[in-house]
Write a protein that binds this ligand. Structure first.
Ligand SMILES: Cc1ncc(C[n+]2csc(CCOP(=O)(O)OP(=O)(O)O)c2C)c(N)n1
Length: 334
């Protein structure tokens, strides 16, 4: 009780032990999956680009923990974490990256085209910005249908000077659309520092310009993200309009696997952010408050290791799509 109260005091969230451990588990699932994907990429097993989400796990997990299955997510080129957090099975994510027919996009999309509408993952995309408009459009349809569903657009700091950001947020504000705009501000767009791309690096503050709610949180604190998302989701479902949620975070691996990582940031900066690791932070907090013990964390760690190993086996053993079906799924039947 004491431990839960401590956590609640800090975040305003009432989360019991099981839900706290579930947040840890989800973040670890993303981390271990990404680490495996990085190794597989280095071995040449993954065709195409592979942008990992290592360091940013608290954002996807904190936001998606407050969503329902029928709420929708429009993701980015860095979308494996969003897919897993929204509920795409690890086997299907891994198999898609391997280009196999059992992947969530039947092996036709790869890393930047993960789709699983069954669980509300409406797609990752290689184009920076337009998913903001897609999220806005989904919010508009939910508003018209009056179904109290919520739409989420994740994007990086690299998208906020794109015209789509302005158009999407402005429309959502004037029509009170049920949308969460989640900016994962990891300080760089590829190798360009955010401060070199804008005079105003305070993303959340831009919300005022659109007349909508804007909140900035520590994006490496999953409980802070979840608390902010809870409030934004409540606002959206109540018909009280959209929220711009800026999560300040950092990616600790290169922009994409296979890219070098020097020149635009220092090893000391990367090390500093590694010390602010979101997974280690939650673990330390739950141990410190007596909410969970080492044995319980060891059990979660073992479970995740097994899940990722199973996903890798599944991907490796799965067939490639039949070349004879190359033109299938290109046009909708109706
Ligand atoms: C419209 C468009 N312009 C440029 C690119 C090339 N590009 C790919 S990723 C990227 C940086 C994106 O940075 P950010 O949005 O901050 O996301 P992060 O990679 O930091 O997660 C750019 C410019 C693109 N994919 N789409």
């Amino acid at each position: 009780m004491h431990a839960a109260a401590e956590v609640a005091d800090h975040t305003g969230l009432e989360l019991d032990k099981n839900r706290l451990l579930a947040l840890y588990r989800e973040m670890l699932l993303i981390r271990r999956t990404e680490e495996q994907l990085a190794r597989s990429y280095q071995k040449g097993d993954i065709p195409g680009a592979c942008h990992t989400y290592v360091g940013q796990e608290a954002v996807a997990v904190g936001v998606c923990a407050r969503l329902r299955r029928d709420d929708v997510v429009f993701s980015t080129h860095r979308g494996h974490g969003h897919a897993l957090a929204k509920g795409v099975p690890p086997r299907e994510v891994m198999a898609e990256l391997f280009g196999r027919a059992t992947g969530c996009s039947r092996g036709r999309g790869g890393s930047m085209h993960l789709f699983s509408p069954e669980v509300g993952l409406m797609g990752t995309t290689g184009i920076v910005g337009p998913n903001i408009l897609q999220a806005t459009g989904a919010g508009y349809s939910f508003r018209l249908l009056k179904n109290a569903r919520v739409s989420v657009g994740f994007f990086g700091d690299g998208a906020v000077n794109n015209g789509a950001f302005h158009e999407g947020l402005n429309l959502a504000a004037i029509w009170d659309l049920p949308v969460l705009y989640v900016c994962e501000n990891n300080l760089y767009a590829t190798e360009v520092a955010f401060g070199a791309a804008t005079r105003n690096t305070d993303v959340a503050e831009r919300a005022r310009g659109y007349g909508m709610a804007g909140v900035a949180v520590d994006g490496n604190d999953v409980l802070a993200v979840a608390a902010a998302a809870e409030e934004a989701v409540r606002r959206a479902r109540a018909g009280d309009g959209p929220t711009l949620l800026e999560c300040r975070t950092y990616r600790t691996r290169p922009h994409a696997e296979g890219m070098r990582d020097g020149g635009y940031r220092t090893p000391a900066e990367v090390d500093d952010w590694k010390r602010r690791d979101p997974i280690a932070a939650l673990r330390a907090r739950l141990l410190g408050s007596g909410t969970a013990d080492e044995e319980e964390f060891a059990a979660v760690d073992a479970e995740i290791t097994a899940i990722v190993a199973d996903a890798l086996r599944f991907a490796t053993d799965s067939p490639y799509p039949d070349p004879a079906t190359a033109t299938a799924h290109i046009y909708s039947d109706g």
